[in-house]
Structure formats: C-alpha cells, structure tokens
Design a protein around this ligand. Structure first.
Ligand SMILES: [Zn+2]
Length: 615
C-alpha cells in the first residue's frame, strides 16, 4: 500500500505490539447480566475474561493478525503481532454454554463499543478495529464492520481470508422463553401450559395460546432485555410493529418438539421482519412511552442524515434474532437503534390516527339504518345528506385495531343514548363496563365516524356466582389473525372470511364475571362508532410483559383493567382517529410521510457533515 508512514493516524507497532490510539468505547456499554449482579438461579450471566487469561490473549493475538492484513503497513518478518489492550472501555466477557457437558467451550463477547453492542469473534471485530486505528475523526459512518454497515460477515471474512464464524445454538429451551429468562420480573413465575390449577394460571395459559392479535393491527413488541442507553430516559422497552401473521413455531422443550404461539411482525422503522413469541406482544393501547423517553426523542438528532438513502439506512438494524434458537445478545445499541425507533414511533402516529371501513357493500334503501338514527346522524353531520349510498362493512380499521363483525367491543358510556336502557343495567355493572356484540356495521357515509353505526346485543358483566336468567350464548375461542404470509404492508387489507350466519357465541368474560345481556339477546341496539372504546382483550392483565414493564409504563393499572373488561370503556377509550384513510393508501404513503416529517426536524441546527472518506 502506498500511504506514507509519516501520515499514518496510529503509532507503528513496536515488537509486534499494536496500540489503539483512540476508542469509541464507553464504560456503560457492558452486559446487562454479569456474574456480579445476576439474580440467584440465573446462570446465563456474562463473566469478565481478565487480561492475563489465555482466552483474552488469544483474542488479542487474532485481532493483531487481522489488523496487520488490513492496515496500510507491511508486517516485519518473524514477528507475531497482537494488540496490547482492547480499546479503552472495552472488555471481553464469556458466557457459559448451557447445552451440556460435552461442549466445554464458552462463547466470548467483546463489549464496550458505543455503536455495536458486542462482537462475537476477532474476525467480527477486525474492521471495527481498523476504523479505530485509522479514523482520527471517529466518524462511525467510516467504519466498514459488519454491524456498522450491515455488510455480511461472510463478505468481510472473505476479505480477511478466514472462515465464516459459526455458532451452534444450545438446546435447553423451555416451552416459553419467559420460563427460562432471567429478564422480566414476571418471567420467573410464568407457569407451564399444563396442567393448570388456579384460575390465574389458566388465564395466562389462555392468553398465551390464543394471542388476540390480527393481521394488519399495530402492536408493541417487548424487547427482552431492553435496549439501554446512558441514562434511564434512554431505554427502549417496546417497539411499535404491524402484525404480519399469527402463527405457531416449533420449539424444542429439552425432551421433545412442541409448538409455541408466535407473531410475525414488521417492526415500524426497521427494514426487517421479525418473529417473536406471542407473549412478547402487547396491544397498542396497553403501552405508551415514558415522558423521559419522549423528551429524549424530541431533542435528539442523528448525524449525517443528508438524503433519503441515509434516512433509509437508519432502518437497517436487527432488533430481534433471526431464529428463536439464537440466544446471542443483541448487537444493536441504543445509539444505533434510537433513530429507527423514532421513525417507527412517527409511523405509529400515522396508523393510530387513521380509520376506514373494510370490505363494504352498498345497501338498498330498505336495509339502511333505522330512520330515527338517520335523522340523528344527519343533525350531527355538517355535510349535506342524501348524496351518499349507505353501505354495510365487515370490519373497521380503527387506528391500531381492527374491529370485526362478530366481535364483542368495549363501549363508552355515551353509547347508551336511550335512558330507558339504563334502567335495565344490573347493580354495579355500569362501573365495570358495557359491551356490544357486533352483528352489523353500517354507514350512511363511509368517511364520517358519526355516520357509522354498529348494531348488536348489549352486554354487561355480573359476578360469576350470580343468577342470570338471560341466555348469553356460549364462550368461544378467541379469534386470531388469518394465515396471510406477507411482508408488504400495503397488502394487509385482506380479511378472513366471516362465517354466515355468525355464531351466537361470546369470548371468555373477564375473570370472575360472566356476560349477561342487558336487554333480551335478540334485542338489537345501535351504537355510533364514536361511542366505541375499542377491542376487548380477555386475560390481558396476565401478560408477563405488563409485569416486566410496569415501572415505566405510563398506562395505569385501571386503564389496563378497562382493556380486559374489568373497568368501564371510558377509563381507557381508544381515541377517535381524526383522519379517514383507506388502509392500502395509508401503507403506501407511510414511509414517505415519516421521512417528510422527520428529515426537516433532524436537519435544523444539525451539523450537515458529509461522510468523510479516509485516503
Ligand atoms: Zn464498526
């Protein structure tokens, strides 16, 4: 190579010893669970590998050798090279393998980088090490390592002349990863699916086995462990995502193959699809970001986002592993991940604020909503009437949720406009919540929520042991999403076909209660879309994620109780999405909308640096 040694940005090696002249390290970038702080019983902790340990020396030898193949200097003959130390604030850790006594080798991880959570081999670290040696500006966009550029390690290894790193996964998996996890406070007492004894365990099993999510809905994916920055505010606990599929995946329990409910997700702001354990997913309304994270996000600016392609590259991070058998720690750090997360958050606002009817058919005059309601909706609407054909719909995209004909939805108090109905509500039931079993969705206009009406049977809940003289129908299995397997969001407009006639069945009632129809089960009431509080999530309170995030989740317990039917809809109603937009159009516009929203904000006051290339 041609560079003159006088201009090299590092000191020439002496006796084969290379030294890093600078570091991107931070003392806070260390493993979450170490031998020192691991709770009793947690064995998958990280243990520091000291400088004089043979494994530490072996790593430094290899990094030195790789550097000598990459640096613009010629190695001296008969000299073996190594790095004297890892870069400042870096440290090597080992994680004991759990997969059995035959395999003695521990996995080693190099921690400390501000930009890459850890490196798993000297070859993986080689190009990052080269960047530290060569770039006095420490501009990470100059780093060519696998994690800073997402160049496949295969390609980098080819350039290094080494084999691709191979990792064999352990086999000590439990039925639910929560059972084995040291993370998540509720994780340790998550029961196995069977046999079930007490009602809470049974409720949790039901939630696990019947994930209540639907294809196309927006949810939160729990990050286990969270992505942690330098302060408490800089903590990503959940990632906004769109459900692509609700499925099961094979799971090795240690003795046999089992199936585990799983959800395939498009993480918003991230270019990759992830599949996670269904238990790691929360309904959108069950989580919100903390005020601290909110203020961090409104002030932070990523550097060097000069054009659309730089903006797009922010999304090229991997948040979840490719397979559930990959137990290695996550690579992405807070510094690397937050811009993508913020893109996802902005995208989630777009989804949250839009609604539309799906699969509509025109109605003839005779089928339209009752005249009394038509008169009322005319007065509520500012638009002249009579120009729109009434329609019936199978479903409503209602911000993050999709409400189907056949659902039992939570109602707001305003749903009961007819005061004579109030007289029929049982003592105390009004304080728990009212529900509508949706039989029909009809609209006088498709783009005004005041003109959309849901009709069906009104339900309340009464204590399980109380006598009920109505016939509420039999409980049924919770419906899950269809088996669509798509990664393009714009195709997420399909609906599973609804049975005709609809089964006269109800979801499981809130634990300890039963559904009772307020009027007779055949008595139909009409409810304006504005009076719907949102979907009903039986057993949601038993989600282990809610326990794990409860310290920072601003959604309060009584609001969670509302989502699962123990408190009225008015305690935690879904906000009326202000914009009418067809789903397909919304998905098609989303990426551009997010870019147009964020890029001007990120540019203001930001140093408009062009990526510097070293010579
Ligand atoms: Zn790098």
């Amino acid at each position: 190579m041609s560079s003159s040694t006088a201009r090299l940005p590092f000191d020439m090696p002496m006796n084969g010893i290379l030294r890093f002249p600078r570091s991107d390290g931070s003392p806070k970038k260390r493993p979450t669970v170490t031998k020192e702080n691991a709770p009793p019983g947690v064995l998958n902790y990280m243990e520091l590998v000291p400088h004089d340990d043979k494994r530490n020396k072996d790593w430094r030898d290899k990094v030195g050798n790789f550097l000598m193949t990459l640096l613009p200097i010629d190695p001296a003959r008969h000299v073996s090279y190594r790095i004297a130390e890892f870069p400042q604030h870096y440290a090597l850790y080992s994680k004991p393998r759990m997969s059995g006594i035959t395999e003695q080798r521990d996995d080693l991880y190099l921690y400390g980088s501000r930009y890459v959570n850890n490196f798993r081999s000297p070859a993986e670290f080689a190009f990052h090490a080269l960047w530290l040696m060569m770039d006095p500006t420490l501009n990470v966009s100059n780093c060519e390592c696998q994690w800073c550029t997402r160049t496949p390690q295969k390609e980098l290894s080819r350039r290094l002349g080494t084999k691709v790193d191979h990792y064999s996964s352990g086999t000590d998996k439990q039925r639910s990863q929560y059972d084995a996890s040291g993370f998540g406070e509720a994780g340790s007492d998550t029961p196995m699916a069977s046999p079930v004894q007490d009602p809470a365990e049974e409720a949790q099993s039901k939630l696990r086995d019947n994930p209540p999510y639907r294809v196309g809905e927006m949810v939160w994916a729990h990050l286990r462990p969270p992505i942690v920055g330098e302060s408490d505010d800089e903590t990503l606990q959940c990632w906004p995502a769109i459900v692509l599929d609700v499925t099961t995946r094979p799971l090795w329990t240690g003795t046999s193959m089992d199936r585990q409910p799983a959800v395939k997700l498009r993480l918003l702001g991230v270019a990759y699809v992830a599949q996670v354990e269904a238990f790691d997913v929360l309904p959108y309304h069950a989580y919100a970001l903390s005020p601290g994270l909110q203020s961090y996000m409104s002030n932070a600016k990523p550097e060097n986002i000069v054009d659309a392609s730089a903006f797009h590259r922010l999304s090229e991070i991997q948040v979840f592993p490719d397979s559930q058998h990959d137990q290695r720690p996550r690579q992405v750090t807070f510094d690397r991940g937050w811009p993508a997360w913020l893109k996802g958050l902005v995208a989630s606002w777009w989804v949250r604020d839009r609604w539309s009817l799906s699969r509509t058919i025109s109605l003839t005059a005779g089928e339209a909503v009752p005249p009394s309601l038509r008169a009322e909706s005319r007065s509520a609407s500012a638009t002249p009437s009579g120009t729109h054909q009434p329609v019936a719909a199978d479903a409503i995209w209602w911000g993050p949720e999709q409400i189907w004909v056949g659902d039992v939805v939570r109602l707001r108090r305003s749903a009961i406009v007819d005061s004579t109905i109030l007289a029929f509500i049982s003592n105390g039931a009004g304080g728990r919540g009212l529900f509508l079993k949706v039989k029909k969705i009809q609209a006088r206009r498709v783009d005004n929520p005041r003109d959309v009406w849901l009709s069906g049977t009104l339900y309340e809940t009464i204590p399980e042991q109380d006598a009920d003289h109505s016939s509420p129908g039999s409980p049924t299995k919770i419906e899950t999403g269809s088996g669509l397997d798509v990664s393009s969001l714009s195709s997420l407009v399909a609906l599973p076909s609804l049975p005709d006639p609809l089964p006269d069945s109800l979801p499981d009632p809130p634990l300890g209660f039963k559904f009772k129809s307020v009027l007779s089960p055949t008595n139909t009431i009409f409810v304006s879309l504005e009076s719907v509080a949102g979907r009903y999530y039986p057993y949601l309170l038993f989600s282990p994620v809610l326990g794990a995030i409860r310290k920072t989740n601003p959604v309060r317990p009584e609001q969670l109780m509302s989502l699962c039917g123990h408190a009225p809809g008015d305690v935690w109603p879904a906000n009326l999405p202000p914009m009418h937009r067809e789903r397909k159009e919304m998905w098609d516009e989303l990426e551009e909308e997010v870019r147009e929203f964020l890029m001007p904000r990120w540019k203001v006051g930001a140093r408009a640096l062009k990526a510097e290339r070293r010579t």
